[in-house]
Design a protein around this ligand. Structure first.
Ligand SMILES: O=C(CO)COP(=O)(O)O
Length: 284
C-alpha cells in the first residue's frame, strides 16, 4: 500500500504505515481486584504505543477507571442482540456503557472450551460492530493437527470468511485480526516469525478476496501465541505483523513493558524513507 505525499510541488510515494498495537489478554487472571488495579496502574505509565489490556469482566470497570476505555478491551460479548434471561452473559451495550472500545471475539479458548462455533463467532462480530466506535479483535488460527495436515491457510480462510460474512466493507476499519496458532498458545512454542509472516500474508490475500486490496493492506493483523520479551522483536520485524496479542507475559509487568517497547525496524525504515522522499529536490 502506498500513499502520495505532496512535497515541494512533487508527489512522492511512501509506504502506508499501519499503526502497531500490543494487546494483553489477562484471561481468567489475576486472582484479585487489588492485583488487577496494580497491574493496570503500572501500565498507565507506559503510553508510548497503542496498548490494550483485556481484564476479566468483574475487573473491567476498575481497570477502565485506571487506564481509560481506549486501553481496555472486553474478553467476550454475548452473541444475542437483546437483554433478559441469559444468565452469565454480558451484552454489547453493557460493555459499551463502561467506555470499553475493543472486544475480543473468537479466541480459541472460547471456541474449544465454551463451544463458540463459527456461527456464534460471526454473531459476536456483528454485535461488536453494532456498537458505536467499538473495534472487534477477531481471533483465528489452526490447531497442531491442522498445521501438520498443511491446511493452516484453509482453516484461517474459512474462519475469516465465516466471521466476516455480511460485514460491510465500511466497518472494516473497526476490525483487527489476531492470528493465534492454537498450538502456540500457552505452550512456549512460538511460531517461527517467517512462518507466521506467511500466514499473515495469506490472511491479507483472503481479506483482499472478501473485500479489496485497500482493506487487505489497512487491516491490522496481530500475532499471538507464547510471545515473550525474547521473541517479540523478531516477530515484529515481519512486514505483515502489526502487533502482538500476549497472554501469560502480559501478567508480568517487566515482561509486558519489554514487549511494549519492541524494536520497530519497519517504522524506522519507513520514517527514514519518508524523510528522504519528502526532502528530495524538485527536478527542473
Ligand atoms: O492466547 C493468547 C492471547 O490471547 C496467547 O497466550 P500466551 O501468550 O500465554 O501463549
Amino acid at each position: 500500500m502506498l500513499v502520495l505525499i505532496a512535497a515541494s510541488a512533487v508527489a512522492v510515494e511512501v509506504p502506508m504505515l499501519r499503526k502497531t498495537l500490543v494487546a494483553g489478554n489477562w484471561k481468567m487472571n489475576p486472582g484479585s481486584l487489588a492485583e488487577a488495579t496494580e497491574l493496570a496502574s503500572s501500565l498507565a505509565a507506559h503510553e508510548a504505543r497503542d496498548v490494550i489490556v483485556f481484564p476479566p469482566f468483574p475487573f473491567a470497570h476498575a481497570v477502565t477507571s485506571v487506564l481509560g476505555g481506549d486501553k481496555v478491551g472486553s474478553q467476550d460479548i454475548c452473541h444475542l442482540d437483546t437483554k433478559g434471561a441469559f444468565t452469565g452473559e454480558v451484552s454489547g451495550p453493557m460493555i459499551a456503557a463502561l467506555g470499553i472500545k475493543t472486544v475480543l471475539v473468537g479466541h480459541s479458548e472460547r471456541r474449544v472450551f465454551f463451544g463458540d462455533d463459527d456461527d456464534v463467532v460471526a454473531a459476536k462480530v456483528k454485535q461488536t460492530l453494532a456498537l458505536d466506535d467499538v473495534t472487534c479483535m477477531l481471533c483465528i488460527g489452526e490447531t497442531r493437527d491442522e498445521r501438520d495436515q498443511g491446511i493452516t491457510v484453509d482453516i484461517c480462510n474459512v474462519q475469516l470468511s465465516k466471521a466476516l460474512a455480511g460485514i460491510d466493507a465500511a466497518l472494516m476499519d473497526r476490525v483487527v485480526i489476531a492470528y493465534e496458532p492454537v498450538w502456540a498458545i500457552g505452550t512456549g512454542l512460538v511460531c517461527e516469525p517467517e512462518v507466521a509472516q506467511d500466514t499473515h500474508a495469506a490472511i491479507r490475500t483472503c481479506l483482499a478476496a472478501i473485500y479489496d486490496e485497500d482493506i487487505a493492506a489497512n487491516v491490522r493483523v496481530l500475532y499471538g501465541g507464547s510471545v515473550s520479551p525474547a521473541s517479540v522483536d523478531d516477530i515484529m520485524s515481519m512486514p505483515d505483523i502489526d502487533g502482538v496479542l500476549v497472554g501469560g507475559a502480559s501478567l508480568v509487568p517487566d515482561s509486558f513493558f519489554r514487549i511494549i517497547r519492541f524494536e520497530d525496524p519497519k517504522a524506522t525504515a519507513i520514517a527514514e524513507e519518508g524523510v528522504k522522499n519528502i526532502v528530495q529536490p524538485v527536478s527542473a
